[in-house]
Design a protein around this ligand. Structure first.
Ligand SMILES: Cc1cc2nc3c(=O)[nH]c(=O)nc-3n(C[C@H](O)[C@H](O)[C@H](O)COP(=O)(O)OP(=O)(O)OC[C@H]3O[C@@H](n4cnc5c(N)ncnc54)[C@H](O)[C@@H]3O)c2cc1C
Length: 278
């Protein structure tokens, strides 16, 4: 199987997607209903994954499904499903508030048959693998947030230097300077946290859930605040589509929602603190 995928990955032509969420299983990811049953040399998958990034564009899909439904999520396993597999289709492209250049679709599996060796890891370890994967991937959402915050700050500063009101560039008003200063402080703090968390993860700690969640929450809340403030600094022009900050503000919102909402991240941090101070 490895030989089959590695060349196209190396060429940069292989897109991947991650299918966890279902209509009834968002924050409560343990509520998934998709099943996988072994039939001879093939797994047969049934279920629908919702709002999957790169859905319909990717060639390979990591799908979590119940292989032992009586055990609930402890009986879940991970599979590799390929574009074109029999019984595997897509829903319509979602019409979203932001990140509109990124396709989001349903993944529909109706008696979807895949070879037996497409099971990833051991049967029954799917949920643990998914949770560990999210621990590592969340700081990458935080990194996106830092880029977005920095871009919004850049736009706001350039604009504030050019825009003249009351015969002065608006950057000369202390109220505007303080907004820009706060934006810069927040972006820099988030950047430091992302690098710090990345170093922490590179050291392969036993548990990284708390640091990963803290990083995601701080940076993505920062991106929402800084992009909103960039629109404010630019006034009515910031609200118009001619300038990029309204798009940045719309794009920032998803960062607080996907890869686990910021409320769920705060739950994780709180639970870890409770354990640490036991
Ligand atoms: C554009 C987009 C792309 C996505 N891409 C993917 C993808 O590639 N793969 C994938 O698997 N999923 C993907 N998702 C799904 C995403 O991860 C979920 O939307 C997210 O986890 C939240 O689930 P939900 O939307 O069902 O919200 P819900 O779980 O219904 O939550 C609604 C609200 O209730 C709050 N809430 C729920 N439970 C609790 C609790 N216990 N404590 C406190 N607050 C709580 C939430 O924080 C939220 O504010 C994507 C979603 C979107 C919108």
């Amino acid at each position: 199987m490895k030989e089959k995928y590695l060349p196209s990955v190396a060429e940069g032509s292989c897109w991947a997607a991650f299918g966890l969420t279902e209509a009834g299983a968002g924050s409560d990811a343990a509520g998934i209903k998709t099943t996988a049953v072994l039939d001879g040399d093939e797994w047969v998958l049934n279920g629908t994954k919702q709002w999957i990034t790169n859905g319909g564009e990717a060639q390979i899909y990591t799908i979590i499904a119940l292989t032992n439904p009586e055990k609930g999520i402890r009986g879940a396993s991970l599979f590799l499903v390929e574009d074109g597999d029999p019984g595997f289709t897509y829903g319509k492209k979602e019409d979203k508030m932001g990140i509109r250049a990124s396709a989001t679709r349903e993944l529909i599996m109706k008696d979807c048959r895949i070879p037996k060796d497409r099971l990833i890891g051991k049967k029954g370890t799917g949920f643990i693998t998914v949770m560990k994967t999210l621990d590592v991937s969340r700081p990458s959402i935080a990194a996106l947030a830092v880029g977005l915050g920095q871009a919004a700050l850049d736009e706001a500063v350039v604009y504030a230097k050019q825009r003249v009101q009351f015969d002065k560039p608006i950057i000369s008003f202390q109220a505007v300077q303080h907004m820009l200063a706060d934006m810069a402080i927040q972006v820099e703090a988030a950047r430091s946290l992302v690098y710090g968390t990345a170093r922490h993860i590179d050291a392969h700690p036993k548990d990284m859930s708390k640091s990963s969640s803290m990083c995601k929450v701080f940076a993505t809340d920062m991106a929402m605040k800084v992009t909103t403030d960039a629109v404010q600094v630019m006034g009515g022009y910031g609200y118009m589509k001619e300038y990029p900050v309204e798009k940045m503000m719309r794009d920032a919102k998803i960062l607080q929602i996907y890869e686990g909402t910021n409320q769920i991240q705060r739950n994780v941090i709180g639970q870890e603190l409770n354990k640490e101070y036991a």
